[in-house]
Each structure stands twice: as C-alpha cells, then as structure tokens.
Design a protein around this ligand. Structure first.
Ligand code: PGA
Length: 264
C-alpha cells in the first residue's frame, strides 16, 4: 500500500488469451471512461492484452495515463524464432512492461528459471519493465516449502546488477491462480517480506523502490485487504481484469483517488 516512502503501487491486468478485437477495445475504452469519470488514482495501471490487440489497445489508451504491457517475450532481439515476439518489437509497439515467467508459461511451455531470467534481461535492455512471476505449487505449500521454492525461483529468474525500480516481481501461488482461493494474509506477507529482502541483496540500488505484486484470485472484494498488507506493492490480476468496473475497483484499492498522479 502507498505508505510514505513506499513505491507507487502497480496494478496489472493480465487478460491472458481472452478477447477478440471488439471485446478488447470495448473493455479498454470502458476503463478509460472510468479513469476519466472517477478521477486519477495514486497507483499505476497497466493492461496486458493478447499480442494481437496491443496496437489497437495502445490507441484506445492514448492520453488516459493507463499503460500498456505484453504477456511474454523472447530472449533474443530477432532471428529464426517462428511465432515469437522480441522485447524490441514490444517496445516499438509502445509497451512499457512485459510479464515474464508466468506459471502458465513455465508449465505450458516448459520455461526454466534461466530462460525467464534471459527474457527479463532482454526486456531491461530495451527499457521495458519485466514483471517476473514466481510462485509455489500446492504440494510445496502443503509441505511448508513456499518460501524456499520462491526463493530458489528468484535466484534463478531475477537478473542481478540492475536497479530495483527497473522491474517488478509478482508472487503468484500456482494453486491460487483462477481458483478463487488465496493464501492467508500472513502467508502473503511472509513471502513478500522475503522477496523484498532478496531484492536488497540482489539489486545494484533502488531495492526500496522494488514493487512486489501479489497475484492469484485477486478480485474487487478481496483487493483492499490484500493490497493493505505490508510489502504488497500492487496486484497482478487475471480473471477479474476482464470486467472493467470490477477491475477499476481493484485499481482504486491499490492507491485511492488523488488530485494528480505522477507518471512512470
Ligand atoms: P487470476 O490470475 O487473477 O485469474 O487468478 C492471475 C494471473 O494468473 O496472473
């Protein structure tokens, strides 16, 4: 939450593989209207639509203060990688962020920590902010291994020698994604505290500005409680980001209305 000295909260909508052009543009326009009518908020809001929609959503968001991000990138800048998109291509499209290492990519595409780290480095090289996802399985949680598993993922996936403000880390317990289940508040706070500690040792500076997002079944009802926890600097929202009004309620929970929000 935006206590004094805490980084500006970041709320990211991960639309995943949802939406044809009409749906996506309508949803983006609805959000822009809400932002206009309800006033600016203290937090930073970023939409990550499917790659097919990036170009048109960028136009729909123009002048709104809502940012654009992608859901994945390749580690190489260009080359023979059929079907992939590079970080320079995404930056060229107007993206400011890219999600890397989401558990659905780690599981569905066999992505390793090393590959996730290479993607994050590729993003940083062109000024894109990587949102690096980590999170334990239900089995690991049951065995009391959440902190150890997430720590190992951080060691493998997060670049070193960069500034903490250049990226974000999203803690997303795999068992909480799309299930309607969330960890207990103290469990979220414990993992977030460890991630902030990790950042202090890992980054070249700016560790205090690192934003650690929580993701996994965040919705308009539970957002205020989750976002008020110590060490939670925003949210990565999947299912609940597909409905504009509910998503805007989550954005407001992250920062509350202000007179003038500063840019990234
Ligand atoms: P969910 O997804 O909000 O639908 O649980 C979060 C995510 O996978 O980023």
């Amino acid at each position: 939450m935006a206590a004094s000295g805490a980084p500006r909260p970041l709320v990211v909508a991960n639309w995943k593989m949802n939406g044809l052009r009409r749906d996506g543009i309508d949803r983006a326009r609805a959000l822009v209207l809400l932002a206009r009518n309800k006033g600016q908020i203290a937090g930073e809001v970023v939409l990550c639509p499917p790659a097919t929609l990036l170009h048109e959503i960028r136009a729909a968001l123009s002048g709104s203060g809502i940012g654009l991000g992608a859901q994945d990138c390749h580690a190489a800048a260009s080359g023979a990688h059929t079907g992939d998109l590079s970080a320079p291509m995404l930056a060229d499209l107007g993206c400011a962020y890219v999600i890397v290492g989401h558990s659905e990519r780690r599981a569905g595409h066999g992505e390793s920590d090393l590959q996730v780290r290479a993607k994050a480095e590729a993003a940083l090289a062109v000024g894109l902010g990587p949102i690096i996802c980590v999170g334990e399985s239900e089995a690991a949680r049951d065995q009391g291994q959440s902190v150890a598993v997430v720590r190992a993922q951080l060691e493998g996936s997060v670049p070193s020698g960069v500034a903490g403000e250049a990226l974000a880390i999203a803690y997303e317990p795999i068992w909480a994604i799309g299930t309607g289940r969330t960890p207990k508040p103290e469990q979220i706070a414990e993992v977030h505290a460890m991630i902030h500690e990790f950042g202090k040792a890992r980054f070249s500076g700016g560790a205090a500005a690192l934003r650690v997002l929580y993701g996994g079944s965040v919705n308009a009802r539970n957002a205020a409680e989750i976002l008020s926890l110590e060490g939670v600097n925003g949210a990565l929202v999947g299912g609940a980001s597909l409905e504009a009004a509910g998503f805007w309620t989550i954005c407001e929970a992250a920062g509350g209305p202000v007179m003038a929000a500063q840019g990234r």
